[in-house]
Design a protein around this ligand. Structure first.
Ligand code: TXA
Ligand code: MG
Length: 317
């Protein structure tokens, strides 16, 4: 059931229910971060393996020490600069965070979502919310209440409607190596923005001494339709002349193709707008009974890097 009733959402969460809720990045599937009954429901409904830890959502920086400890100074600087916002930080956990949240690790992922409905909801609760993106494991993330309803329907207590997500891709996740920043997942906060505060950051998978974060799966965000990522859609099309092809394009339509099967992310070449429309475009194309979707690689700077990361994972078999 889709509803805007925050009090009803509070009631379900207080009773260990789980709900879809809006954030500025994507919709989350939320439950009480301190109650394993609620957390188990989230893993079950999502069909998510329990080795993949969850993000804890708090209402403000004032709650940070309730969930994390031994916080390096740079983490406070980043939180001050970007919270509420699409930055998740991995920090040493407080002992009372259930092992189910952190997949038995001694770190916990934390963020403050920048969405008025999410913040209002958190203010009405006396616990933080764990919330993975509200999609079945490996499928396309949801950016509207309808996406969540279509995925889960009666399996969850309700979807709290907060409109369409403005950022449109998941938060950027960082951890810390002493006082330096390590990026675990590219996302809605561009690395260039983080580096203005922290100086140069390192990418996790390029740093051999760190284990790859659980959940940074190669195949992810995947439509059911075959999905091909290419630098040159025009050229790639030649291979699919006998197929029903859909196109996911950056800034312009291809005149030689049926315009009904094409989605342009931003005619103004606005990467922020492109990010906010990405998943909805993938959902739409996936519903069109196409043989294949060809997606165009975006420019490799700013949010273009994060969008390309999602397109790459979506195209993995
Ligand atoms: O924008 C977002 O971050 C959304 C909204 C709902 O807040 N949430 C989201 O959650 O994307 P999820 O579960 O789809 O992705 C969380 C990622 C996973 O890849 C998980 O492995 C990683 O965060 N993660 C969580 N805790 C971690 C930890 N302690 N160490 C390393 N990675 C962690
Ligand atoms: Mg996810």
């Amino acid at each position: 059931m889709i509803s805007t009733d925050i009090n009803l959402a509070v009631q379900h969460l207080n009773e260990n229910g789980i709900i879809g809720f809006p954030t500025e990045t994507v919709y989350g599937l939320a439950g009480n971060a301190f109650e394993t009954e609620a957390i188990h429901k989230i893993f079950d409904v999502k069909k998510r393996p329990t080795f993949n830890p969850l993000i804890v959502h708090i209402k403000g920086i004032e709650d940070l020490e309730q969930v994390a400890q031994e916080i390096p100074p740079i983490a406070y600087e980043l939180a001050t600069a970007f919270w509420p916002g699409p930055l998740t930080m991995i920090l040493k956990k407080q002992p009372h965070i259930p092992d189910l949240v952190t997949a038995n690790q001694d770190t916990v992922a934390i963020r403050v979502p920048n969405h008025p409905v999410a913040l209002e909801l958190l203010k009405h609760l006396d616990f933080p919310l764990v919330a993975p993106s509200a999609n079945p494991f490996t499928s396309i993330s949801p950016t509207s209440a309808e996406h969540v309803e279509n995925y889960f329907g009666n399996q969850i207590n309700m979807v709290l409607d907060g409109g369409e997500c403005l950022a449109g891709i998941e938060s950027t996740i960082v951890g810390f190596d002493d006082n330096s920043v390590v990026v675990y997942r590219l996302g809605a906060l561009a690395l260039e923005e983080i580096e203005k505060v922290s100086g140069k950051v390192a990418l996790l998978n390029k740093k051999k001494k760190h284990p790859v974060a659980p959940g940074m799966l190669l195949k992810h965000y995947s439509p059911k339709t075959d999905f091909i990522l290419t630098r040159n859609v025009h050229q790639e099309l030649e291979w699919y002349s006998d197929k029903k092809v859909g196109l996911l394009l950056f800034n312009s339509f291809l005149p030689e193709c049926d315009s009904n099967n094409q989605i342009v992310l931003s005619e103004e070449s606005d990467l922020q707008l492109a990010a906010s429309r990405l998943y909805n475009a993938m959902h739409q194309l996936d519903k069109m009974n196409l043989d294949v979707i060809l997606a165009e690689r975006l420019p490799e700077y700013g949010l273009g890097v994060s969008i390309n990361d999602r397109l790459e994972r979506a195209s993995k078999k």
